[in-house]
Ligand binder design. Structure first.
Ligand code: GLN
Length: 452
C-alpha cells in the first residue's frame, strides 16, 4: 500500500508510470501475507516490482509506450513476470519507456518525457533518466519499489542505470526468456533487472531467469546462485582495460572515474591488463543496421488489424497506412524505414550482410580478450544525464552516440552491468560497466560488488 501511494504521489513530477494498479497490488500483497503467516513464504514474498511496459502482465494494458498499442490487454503472462510472481513478488505498476524501446532518453514515450529525479548542482533544469527503461530507472531512483524490470537491446538497462545512480544488468542472451516481451530486435533483446544495489540485482536476476520452452532461444542450463557471487573475493582476477573505449571528446571526469575504478579493483587484488578490442568502432554502425532490420520485421504485425488502435481507411491498404501513420511515433517510423531499406534486395549484401560479418568479428574480439582476462572494465556512457529536449532537437545520430560503450555486449550476447561509480562535477551520477564471458554472470556480480 505504501509503495502504491508513493508511486501515485511521484507520478505528477516524474511521469514514470504508464499505469498504477493499486487493487491488483493489494490482492497480491494479501496472498503474500497469507503464505507468510502459514509458513509458506517464498524468496521475494511481498516485494514490490515495477514492470517496464514491454512485459505482458495478464489482464493489464500493455502499450510499449506506443499509441498503436493503446487499449491492448494481453491474455497471457510473460515468463519473466510469471517467474517473479511465482517467487512471491507483487506487481503494482507498469513503467514508461521510449516507444518500442527505441531511444536513449525516454522522450519518445506516447505519454511524454519521463523526468530524472536528479538535478545538477545549482540548476533546476529537468534531466532525462536515460532510456529506453527510463520509467523504471526514474521510479527506483526516487526511492519507489525494491526493483524494476528493464530490457536492454543496445544499452537500455545500463544507460538509464548510469544516469540515475542505480545498478542495471543484462545477463547472457537467452538467460531471461523473451516470451511475452514485446520484440524490438529479437537477436539483441535482453530482459534484466534495475535495482539500488548489486546484491539486489543478483537476487532479482536469479528470479527473472529460467530456461523456457516457449522461447526457442532461451538458454536451457540451470540458473546459478547469482547472489552467492556478491561479496566473493576478486583477488587474482584479471581485468581488461580496452584502449578503444577511450573515445574522442569524452569528458575528462569520465576518464578519471575509469582510472579510479581500475585502482579500486587493483586494491581488491585484481590484476589490470591493457587489452585491445579493435572492432569496437564498427559496433555502433553495425548495431544501427541490425536493430532496425529486425525491428522492421517485428513491427510489421502492428497493422491496425490485430492489436490496439485502428484508423479506418477506404480499403485495407489505406487502413494499414492510416493506422501506422497515426500509431507510430517519428523515431519508430525512422527505424522501420532504415530497416526495410537495409533488408531490401539491392542493399541487403551491402548493409545487412556486412553488419552480420562485423557482428561475428566483434564476437571474435571478445573471445580473444577473454583468453587473457576474466572481466572488462569500461565507462557505461560517454556523458552524464542531459537536459530534456537538449539532444532530441539535434540529429538522431547524436542520440545514437550514447550507446557507444553498451551496444558491443548486446552484439556479442554477453553479460554486462552498470554500477554507480561516483558523481561528476555538477553532482550527477556516472556509471562503470563490467563485461564478462557468456554465462559468467557470477564474475560480473563479484566485480560489480567490488566497485560498489
Ligand atoms: N538506445 C538504443 C536504441 O535506441 C538501445 C535501446 C535499447 O536497448 N532498447 O536502439
Amino acid at each position: 500500500e505504501f509503495t502504491v501511494r508513493e508511486a501515485e504521489a511521484a507520478q505528477g513530477a516524474l511521469n514514470c508510470f504508464t499505469l498504477i494498479d493499486g487493487e491488483r497490488a493489494m490482492r497480491m500483497a494479501r496472498a503474500s501475507d497469507e503464505r507468510l503467516s502459514s509458513g509458506n513464504g517464498r524468496a521475494l514474498e511481498g516485494v514490490p516490482i515495477a514492470m517496464k511496459d514491454l512485459f505482458a502482465v495478464e489482464g493489464v494494458e500493455m502499450t510499449a509506450s506506443s499509441n498503436i498499442l493503446k487499449g491492448f490487454t494481453p491474455t497471457y503472462e510473460s515468463t519473466v513476470s510469471q517467474n517473479l510472481w511465482d517467487a512471491g513478488a507483487v506487481f503494482f505498476a507498469k513503467t514508461s519507456m521510449d516507444e518500442f524501446a527505441m531511444g536513449s532518453s525516454n522522450e519518445t514515450a506516447a505519454s511524454g518525457a519521463v523526468v530524472n529525479p536528479w538535478r545538477a548542482k545549482g540548476s533546476d533544469e529537468r534531466l532525462v533518466p536515460g532510456g529506453s527503461s527510463g520509467g523504471s530507472a526514474s521510479a527506483l531512483a526516487a526511492g519507489i519499489s525494491y526493483g524494476a524490470t528493464g530490457t536492454d537491446t543496445g544499452g537500455s538497462i545500463r544507460q538509464p542505470a548510469a544516469f540515475t545512480g542505480l545498478v542495471g544488468a543484462k545477463p547472457t542472451y537467452g538467460r531471461c526468456s523473451r516470451w511475452g516481451v514485446v520484440a524490438f530486435a529479437s537477436s539483441l533483446d535482453h530482459p534484466g533487472p534495475l535495482t539500488r544495489t548489486v546484491r539486489d540485482n543478483a537476487i532479482l536476476m536469479q528470479h527473472m531467469a529460467s530456461p523456457d520452452p516457449k522461447d526457442s532461444t532461451s538458454y536451457t542450463g540451470e540458473v546459478p546462485d547469482f547472489a552467492a557471487a556478491v561479496g566473493k573475493s576478486v583477488k587474482g582476477l584479471k581485468i581488461g582495460i580496452p584502449s578503444e573505449y577511450r573515445v574522442e571528446g569524452m569528458p575528462g571526469e569520465i576518464e578519471t572515474l575509469w582510472s579510479q575504478g581500475r585502482e579500486w579493483l587493483e586494491a581488491a587484488g585484481c590484476e589490470i591488463v591493457d587489452i585491445s578490442l579493435p572492432m569496437t568502432k564498427y559496433a555502433l554502425p553495425a548495431y544501427y543496421i541490425i536493430a532496425p532490420a529486425e525491428a522492421s520485421s517485428n513491427l510489421a504485425r502492428y497493422d491496425g488489424m490485430r492489436y490496439g488502435q485502428r484508423v479506418e481507411g477506404e480499403d485495407l491498404i489505406d487502413t494499414y497506412e492510416k493506422s501506422r501513420a497515426a500509431g507510430f511515433g517519428k523515431e519508430v517510423q525512422r527505424r522501420i524505414m532504415i530497416g526495410t531499406y537495409v533488408l531490401s534486395a539491392g542493399y541487403y549484401d551491402a548493409y545487412y550482410l556486412k553488419a552480420l560479418k562485423v557482428r561475428r568479428r566483434i564476437l571474435e574480439d571478445f573471445n580473444a580478450a577473454f583468453e587473457k582476462v576474466d572481466a572488462i572494465l569500461t565507462p557505461t556512457t560517454p556523458s552524464a544525464a542531459f537536459g530534456i529536449g537538449s539532444k532530441a532537437k539535434a540529429s538522431p545520430i547524436e542520440m545514437y552516440l550514447n550507446d557507444i560503450f553498451t551496444v558491443t555486449a548486446n552484439i556479442a550476447g554477453i553479460p554486462a552491468m552498470s554500477v554507480p561509480a561516483g558523481l561528476d562535477k555538477s553532482g550527477l551520477p556516472l556509471g562503470l560497466q563490467v563485461i564478462t564471458r557468456a554465462l559468467d554472470e557470477e564474475t560480473m556480480f563479484s566485480v560489480g560488488a567490488a566497485l560498489e
